[in-house]
Design a protein around this ligand. Structure first.
Ligand code: ADP
Length: 298
């Protein structure tokens, strides 16, 4: 079994479902409230575990009740949390208002415990050194993301970075990354270019491989010295695309860690995320390996 390490965030999503989101100064009565374990790091860890890898998570939760639940959610998915620290104070939270017209949600993220993940311990580095791939995102301090990428590079471990939330990145982080995995919005923020192909080609100056995910249109793969390749997504009826990118990242890491060639690995990741968008939720909608294999071959 391949071993994937995820260095990143855990968040409790606090979601208020309302007919119409309140304007500034207004109070509205909502329909439902849900607490949903998330965070891009934790979501990618669950995706990779369900896709069939041994997964270890490096990060931090608070010593509050959310922290207990975030940890147990990961453990139930089979993720090793031995290096998920518990810090004094709150867990990370995301405060989300979802309204019926679906015109884009307003979200406030409070990093809390995630903000304490600003360095790696020797034990963290040892764990990264033993991995087949390292998954990174940007919901913890950049210093730790860079330290993770450098530790992976020093030990020949492939690094896959999802540059979300979207922001411009320092060149040293891009240079320490093996595969950059932005969506269309993130690649535009990174490069100032709206055409994904031209953005991906520009990024090849800093990173050897780039995969831009394109929602229902699939993804675009660019590597130095080769013609860019488009991999379509299976045609499905999407009901909730939350977590599609994280499902894609987790499954791609597993396939590459198992030594599958890139076009194969991308098609398998597209099969995994096509399954996830047909069901509501983020991590709870992520598929298990047998389902991915069945979707991949059908
Ligand atoms: P993010 O979730 O980060 O915004 P995307 O929307 O690009 O990322 O989705 C990631 C991947 O999920 C896509 O490359 C695609 O394979 C799959 N996907 C997303 N939306 C759909 C859809 N409507 N139908 C099929 N696959 C989808």
């Amino acid at each position: 079994m391949s071993h994937i390490v995820v260095l990143g965030s855990t968040n409790m999503d606090l979601v208020a479902f309302v007919e119409k989101a309140p304007q500034r100064g207004e109070t509205v009565t909502g329909r439902e409230f849900r607490t949903i374990p998330g965070g891009k790091g934790a979501n990618q860890a669950v995706a990779a575990a369900r896709a069939g890898a041994t997964v270890s998570m490096i990060g931090a939760v608070g010593n509050d009740s959310f922290g207990t639940r975030l940890r147990s959610t990961l453990e139930r998915a089979g993720v090793d949390t031995g290096r998920l620290r518990t810090t004094e104070g709150d867990s990370g939270t995301a405060h989300i208002v979802v309204d019926d017209d679906g015109g884009g949600n307003a979200i406030v993220v409070i990093p809390a415990a995630n903000g304490t993940v600003d360095h790696l311990t020797p034990g963290d580095e040892e764990l990264i050194a033993s991995a087949d791939a390292l998954l990174l995102q940007l919901e913890i301090p950049l210093a730790a993301v860079l330290a993770g990428a450098l530790a992976a590079r020093a030990h020949g471990v492939r690094t896959i970075l999802t540059p979300a939330p979207a922001q411009p990145l320092p060149v040293d982080l891009l240079n320490a990354t093996d595969l950059l995995l932005p969506n269309e919005h993130e690649v535009a923020t990174l490069t100032g270019r709206t055409d994904p192909r031209s953005a991906a080609l520009a990024l090849l100056e800093e990173v050897p491989e780039v995969v831009v995910t394109l929602g229902a249109a699939g993804c675009l793969y660019a590597a130095r010295g080769a013609e860019p390749l488009t991999v379509p997504a299976p045609e499905v009826t999407a009901v909730d695309t939350t977590g599609a990118g994280d499902t894609f990242a987790g499954a791609l890491a597993v396939a590459l860690a198992e030594g599958r060639p890139m076009p194969d690995a991308l098609a398998w990741a597209a099969a995994a995320s096509a399954l996830s968008v047909q069901r509501p939720g983020a991590s709870e909608s992520m598929p298990h390996r047998p389902e991915i294999d069945a979707q991949y071959t059908s």
